[in-house]
Design a protein around this ligand. Structure first.
Ligand SMILES: [Zn+2]
Length: 171
C-alpha cells in the first residue's frame, strides 16, 4: 500500500528541499470531489494517487504534479455507475505577489503561496475535478438493468400478437 500524502505543507520550504511526494489520499476525504461522484462502494474505499514535486525551474520556484484516480460516476443514460480512469497534471509557478505573477514564464500557472502551510490535497482535488468528463456514459452499452428493460419491451411485443387474437376468440 502506498503512503498517504501530507495534507498541508509549507510550499516554499519544500522548494528549498526539492521535496517529492508520491502517495495516495482517500476519495472519502475529498468532499468536493465526492459530490461529483456516484455513491458507490468503489468510491467510498478508493484512493486518489498523486506525485508532487517541488523545485526550481527556469529560476522559478515551482510545483509539478501528476494526479490520477479510478472513479465511478453516474451514467447519464442509465443512471448506473460507470467506471472512469481520470488523470491530469499541472505545473505551478509559486508566487508571492501579483508582480511576481506578471514575471512568470508562460509554461507556469501562477499559484499564490504564503509563509504558512497550504493544502496539497486541494490542488490534487481541483485537478481531478477539472479532469472529470462533462458527461459520463457507458461506452459500449448501458447496464444490465437498462438492457433488461429493452428485453422486456421486446418480449411484450412478441406476446402481444397472440393475445390480440385471443380476445376475439373469447367473444
Ligand atoms: Zn449507462
Amino acid at each position: 500500500m502506498q503512503n498517504k500524502l501530507p495534507q498541508n505543507v509549507d510550499f516554499l520550504k519544500q522548494v528549498e528541499r526539492n521535496s517529492c511526494y508520491e502517495g495516495v489520499w482517500p476519495i472519502a476525504e475529498c468532499e468536493r470531489l465526492k459530490q461529483a461522484l456516484a455513491e458507490t462502494e468503489c468510491n467510498q474505499s478508493g484512493e486518489v494517487r498523486a506525485k508532487l514535486k517541488f523545485g526550481v525551474q527556469a529560476g522559478t520556484p515551482c510545483l509539478d504534479g501528476r494526479v490520477e484516480a479510478d472513479l465511478e460516476l453516474d451514467c447519464q443514460r442509465c443512471m448506473e455507475p460507470v467506471s472512469i480512469h481520470v488523470e491530469g497534471g499541472f505545473r505551478f509557478g509559486l508566487i508571492r505577489s501579483e508582480a511576481e505573477a506578471e514575471m512568470l514564464p508562460k509554461e507556469f500557472e501562477p499559484f499564490m503561496v504564503t509563509d504558512s502551510e497550504q493544502s496539497l490535497i486541494e490542488l490534487v482535488e481541483d485537478e481531478l475535478l477539472l479532469s472529470l468528463p462533462i458527461v459520463a456514459r457507458h461506452e459500449e452499452q448501458c447496464s444490465e438493468i437498462l438492457q433488461k428493460h429493452k428485453e422486456d419491451d421486446s418480449v411484450q411485443h412478441d406476446t402481444h400478437r397472440p393475445f390480440a387474437g385471443l380476445k376475439d376468440l373469447m367473444n
